[in-house]
Design a protein. Structure first.
Length: 178
């Protein structure tokens, strides 16, 4: 009996502890920060990027809307040029907890699907796009909550080749986003 109790105690203590998945509302807010694009194969420079992410509820969808914008400085001489891009996407809840599907595609010339999944502290959004010529790309955004905001890890794959990786550190703003 003593060995059974010790065995059970060992299993309880030694068993891996799995963190519960965050709730969608934990990701709501405005985040702002910067990071760098990893240098492409053979390149020496790392391009600095600035980013803003706003996540708010989409009550009608039982999901969320995410807006994100990036600014990338171009050139080495002042005044620098800037390349800015912004996106908005709305996701609706599915029958699976913490799994969401995009409600629309921004470009009717492309076959595109997007979904979002919450696992632990990370909200991952994956977009797959197939172009008319058969080429494809996958964009993966992992947004992981931290004590002060979120870390973003972005990867873009084109036709089986990683073409871009970006890592950002964003701070959460004080304003409540609804």
């Amino acid at each position: 009996m003593r060995s059974l109790v010790l065995s059970l105690l060992f299993v309880v203590i030694a068993a891996p502890s799995f963190a519960a998945d965050r709730q969608l509302a934990d990701f709501y807010g405005a985040f702002l920060g910067h990071g760098a694009e990893e240098a492409a194969e053979g390149a020496q420079d790392r391009k600095t990027r600035f980013s803003q992410v706003i996540i708010r509820p989409a009550a009608a969808e039982k999901g969320f809307t995410i807006e994100w914008a990036t600014l990338k400085l171009k050139g080495d001489e002042l005044p620098l040029e800037a390349d800015t891009k912004s996106y908005t996407q709305t996701f609706r809840a599915t029958e699976n907890p913490n799994v969401y599907r995009a409600t629309t595609s921004d470009d009717d010339q492309l076959a595109e699907t997007s979904w979002a999944v919450i696992k632990g502290d990370t909200l991952s959004i994956t977009q797959i796009t197939v172009e008319r010529d058969g080429g494809y790309f996958v964009a993966k955004y992992d947004r992981t909550l931290t004590a002060k905001g979120m870390n973003v890890h972005f990867t873009r794959i084109e036709n089986s080749r990683v073409v871009r990786t970006v890592k950002l550190s964003l701070l959460k703003g004080p304003a409540k986003v609804n």
